[in-house]
Write a protein that binds this ligand. Structure first.
Ligand code: FAD
Length: 328
């Protein structure tokens, strides 16, 4: 039995005028789904002053890049975004809405699914439409189990793991950019944006970076964290991350936490400094292409998943590494 052609709406994510690369994982998933079912996908960019984001998304084979632009959408306030997504999905007869698995999607897409009365699956890593009924694989229990599930109903809302879908190659054929009108007065107004605490300037976001240097309980205070973890990250032009132990101790902000209850990252290189390798931490970084661990305990579980391990004291090893890696 062949699957029904899919009409997919991909939700673009951006920050500070930059497209979040995780969006391309959702685009890749939509491309595969549409190729397998002779369907088509559109990409929705919500926000204010998003012309360059929309333009960056025109090279991936979308039938249209839809732009819902208004000053009221400057900040990704979930209730407004969810309603626009739901209204567009209905009006354009979508069969799937797909976003990258991220903090933004966790906030917005379940609300959209509820408004659409649609089933929702998060952390999807594979979709098989071949049997006529869609079969999804998704991550469970901090990455320790994979569930194979089906989802009833004509419309599905999904988030996909960026590590499972590599970014597609851009093509020279351009998708049309289409403005969609929104009636701001009809949008919910329950959530008000108040303020935003910026991450430390000059370092990339851990979910976007090619290299992430992360610190654990071995770091005794914020100064040591900045000197060792920040110092190594800066010579490698890397992002910084942290285990929950440091967040709980007030040494690092919550925004840096990697793991089950923090950010999920899949960089080319993840360097774990003084992190034991608890399963909740591994859940956030085990899909990194290469993992390097430095830990003074040779029995630390992090060494079981590390590609390269160094048994040593981070207070001795890391300053030496920084000196060696610093350009002369
Ligand atoms: C529901 C739940 C959700 C959780 N979510 C997360 C999450 O999202 N992210 C997360 O990280 N944790 C999470 N945790 C906590 C997790 O279980 C661990 O407690 C935490 O990851 C431990 O952090 P750590 O590795 O920094 O500390 P520890 O486990 O204490 O490990 C410190 C390591 O540093 C090494 N060390 C000490 N001194 C040095 C030195 N000088 N040089 C080199 N090595 C040294 C030690 O040998 C040890 O291996 C969660 C827990 C629960 C229950």
């Amino acid at each position: 039995m062949s699957a029904t052609p899919q009409q997919v709406l991909v939700i673009a994510e951006h920050d500070d005028g930059q497209l979040k690369l995780a969006t391309l994982a959702a685009v890749r998933c939509a491309q595969q789904l549409c190729r397998d079912t002779n369907g088509q996908f559109e990409i929705l960019v919500l926000g204010s002053s998003v012309a360059s984001i929309a333009d960056a998304l025109t090279s991936y084979g979308a039938a249209n890049v839809l732009v819902a632009e208004h000053a009221a959408l400057e900040h990704p306030v979930a209730d407004k975004h969810a309603q626009i997504i739901a209204e567009l999905a209905m009006a354009r007869h979508m069969t799937a809405v797909i976003g990258a698995a991220s903090t933004f999607s966790k906030d917005v897409l379940p609300r959209a699914a509820a408004l659409l009365d649609a089933g929702m699956l998060s952390d999807v890593i594979a979709i098989d439409p071949s049997g006529g009924e869609y079969v999804f694989e998704r991550i469970l229990f901090a990455g320790n189990a994979i569930a194979t599930v089906t989802l009833a109903g004509p419309l599905r809302v999904l988030t996909v793991r960026p590590s499972a879908y590599s970014a597609p190659e851009p093509s020279t054929t351009k998708s049309p950019v289409v403005a969609v009108s929104i009636v701001v007065a009809s949008l919910p107004n329950q959530i008000q944006f108040v303020s935003r605490e910026e991450r430390q300037a000059g370092r990339p976001d851990a979910t976007e970076a090619r290299i992430v240097v992360s610190g654990g309980r071995a770091l005794k205070n914020a100064e040591d964290y900045e000197r060792l973890v920040g110092g190594l990250a800066d010579v490698l032009h890397a992002a910084v991350g942290s285990s929950r132990a440091l967040v709980d101790a007030g040494i690092t902000p919550n925004s840096l936490q990697i793991g089950q209850t923090g950010k999920i990252v899949a960089p080319d290189l993840y360097i774990a400094l003084g992190i034991s390798g608890a399963i909740q931490h591994l859940a956030g970084m085990k899909d990194a292409r290469t993992i390097v661990a430095i830990n003074q305990d040779a029995e630390a579980p992090i060494f079981e998943i590390a590609d390269y391990g160094l048994v040593g004291d981070v207070y001795q090893v890391v300053p030496e590494l920084i000196t060696k890696l610093k350009p002369a």
